[in-house]
Design a protein around this ligand. Sequence first.
Ligand SMILES: Cc1cc2nc3c(=O)[nH]c(=O)nc-3n(C[C@H](O)[C@H](O)[C@H](O)COP(=O)(O)OP(=O)(O)OC[C@H]3O[C@@H](n4cnc5c(N)ncnc54)[C@H](O)[C@@H]3O)c2cc1C
Length: 485
Amino acid sequence: MKVGIIGSGVAGIASAIRMACRGHEVDVFEANNYPGGKLSQFRLGEYRFDAGPSLFTMPSYVERLYALAGVPVEEHFSYERLDVVCNYFWEDGTRVHAYSDAEKFSEELQNKLGVDEDTVHRILKDSQRKYDICGEIFLEKSLHKFKTWVQPKILKAMLLIPTLDLFRTMNATNSGITSNPKLIQLLNRYATYNGSNPYKAPGLLTIIPHFEYNIGAFVPHGGMHNITTSLVSLAEKKGVRFHFGKKVEKINVDNRAAKSITIDGQQLAYDSLISNMDIYSTYKKLLPDVAHPERTLQQERSTSAVIFYWGVERSFPELDVHNILFSEDYKTEFEAMQKGGIYQDPTVYINITKKYVATDAPEGCENWFVMINAPHQNGQDWESMIQTARKQIIEKINRILKLDIESLIAQESLLDPRTIESRTSSHLGALYGSSSNNKMAAFMRHANFSNKIKNLYFCGGSVHPGGGIPLCLLSAKIVDEIMHE
Ligand SMILES: Cc1cc2nc3c(=O)[nH]c(=O)nc-3n(C[C@H](O)[C@H](O)[C@H](O)COP(=O)(O)OP(=O)(O)OC[C@H]3O[C@@H](n4cnc5c(N)ncnc54)[C@H](O)[C@@H]3O)c2cc1C
């Protein structure tokens, strides 16, 4: 078969590897002049920055691609586990190191927050229990195929649904585990891992800590962008052809089957097509003449982000790779976002890859990726919102870390919902496709295939099973399976 792939986001690249491993002839068309979509990098003077994702979980999903291709992963891609998953800072001076080791993390929470010794174990056990019940079937299989619903595992999962906290919010679930407001805030933060609101999203999202603690948080050697570069070279090794600066203009459908794509006015024929472009944009821009699944497309989008990339002329031993400076009022922060705004005391995330990639900043300096959650696009006055947010972020950093950060910024760049949308075609600049604020969200994401158009498949963060690198890699696996059933 000749397979055409639209977009070289991480799911597009993974799909290309899988198709090539099946022996198909594969072309990937990418609108940008570089691969990776959100998972890309750039340089500012002597500083290197990962543009988007900073947290790497489930490296085994990357390894699976190497195993499939019969290429030894260790020769091309390596990573290490973080001892401290994240450093948490509060305005009252409380600082918590979230150790990956459950014993150490328990001890830390007991010492710093006065939380019972067994709390961490209970949290992680419950998270694992939820994953064991539904993780594999709901994340690794198509929910839109009859076959999935007749597996014995699904029957067990359905019977255990009442225990999965699907019908109460994440905040209510976490408040049932602990009464400590700081720990609740720390646990509620996991809703943001797929752009959701912990006061609305179902408690099932408490499954996320299982990935970060029980399995681990990792850093790829060389930075996050190495996931992209290593997978692109793996794909090329298997014969995949990448075409950069090639924006697909249309998917041509004939007799209810996808037959070709149009690029630069030219039609290129394929036996199968996989779109890694955001599902909303795929329908609206590439398939204007077919009926659109409007109910699916109109689902609430996930949150977006405002990111400042700062080259900082100093080192900070009190900071690690991942650092969170919490808002004093988390609930109001999400309420403000829900209304399309940015709260005046936003939670600030600082990621510093220099902590593990020595060449990412000059000696004695650091590359700061400073991110706040932000609403997706809705016609806001971004110029003024970003200006205000920058001031508030700087004040917060100065207050908590007791410094004058502005005087240390040697380089600066910005990413916001507008540029996220224009650079990756993500509808409204959402980071993770549709949000998980609705308890049915997992079932309402678009399928990995079209049931109206033959030979057309979808992968990436805006379709099943959802956003984030691990799930994007699983979407490629699902496409591979259903295409070859
Ligand atoms: C700031 C930020 C922080 C994040 N943090 C994390 C994190 O810490 N951990 C994590 O796991 N995830 C994180 N994510 C989410 C993660 O980056 C995404 O879920 C994932 O990278 C999306 O991959 P994708 O395969 O859907 O493709 P995308 O990255 O969305 O790329 C799609 C590609 O398709 C191309 N394209 C679109 N239209 C066309 C067309 N018509 N023709 C040709 N090419 C086209 C685009 O140019 C783009 O390259 C973050 C995202 C952002 C933006």
